[in-house]
Ligand binder design. Structure first.
Ligand code: ADP
Ligand code: 5GP
Length: 201
């Protein structure tokens, strides 16, 4: 059996602290054919974040220059900072048959759903706002006022979950991971992206 696949564009959103990164990093670790799209952002790096790997950290001026060159597939102001997905690396990877994972907010996700309608969209929900607060506090990467801002924004973000094809509640991590992996595995098998050639006898 020989096979070829078209790359798929995976769009993951969910409130800050819902566990998006925890979940999709396991999917990425299990499947080297999926590339993570490194976004541009004007927010500063957190301790341990690596420029060019977690984000491309840029000034607002650099971000605007990229925007003027029409260099973003989507972009948005999220929690008071600019974030954007560079267009060309995504298109190049898809063209080469690789799948691409985007971790973007709902404003950006809606732009991508319109421009790339065959994308696969997944919204990750926390089991409760109380648990979201515990996770954000426990992660320890934001100051208390920044945590409050993210929790406030979370209420608006979850109202857009109905725009996504799939919802995954991240309560038990193993269950949520298996569910997300199941979505990715099933979507790869769509006949529109998968071309198995059954060889002659
Ligand atoms: P996001 O990428 O959505 O902002 P993270 O993946 O950074 O969220 O997760 C936020 C925090 O919650 C991290 O400290 C992570 O270890 C923790 N976490 C993620 N999933 C779960 C889960 N199912 N149960 C408990 N804690 C979790
Ligand atoms: P964080 O600052 O916690 O890394 O990310 C904050 C929010 O920005 C998350 O909801 C994340 O999904 C979103 N985000 C990260 N990169 C992008 C991007 O390129 N575009 C958009 N629209 N949102 C992004």
């Amino acid at each position: 059996m020989r096979e070829a696949r078209k790359g798929m564009l995976l769009v993951i959103s969910g409130p800050s602290g819902a566990g998006k990164g925890t979940l999709y990093n396991r999917v990425l670790a299990a499947d080297p054919t999926i590339t993570f799209s490194v976004s541009y952002t004007t927010r500063g790096p957190r301790p341990g974040e690596v420029d060019g790997k977690d984000y491309c950290f840029v000034t607002e001026e650099q971000f605007r220059q990229m925007l003027d060159r029409d260099g973003f597939l989507e972009h948005a102001d999220v929690h008071g900072h600019l974030y954007g997905t560079p267009r060309q690396p995504v298109l190049d990877a898809l063209e080469a048959g690789r799948s691409v994972m985007l971790d973007i907010d709902p404003q950006g996700a809606l732009q991508v759903m319109e421009k790339m309608p065959d994308c696969v969209s997944v919204f990750i929900l926390p089991p409760s706002f109380a648990e979201l607060r515990r996770r954000l506090t426990g992660r320890g990467t934001e100051k208390p006022e920044e945590i409050e801002r993210r929790l406030r924004n979370a209420r608006g973000e979850v109202q857009l979950m109905g725009k996504y094809q799939y919802l995954v509640v991240n309560d038990d991590l193993e269950v949520a991971y298996r569910t997300l992996q199941g979505i990715v595995d099933a979507e790869k098998q769509r006949s529109s992206r998968y071309f198995p050639v059954v060889e002659e006898e």
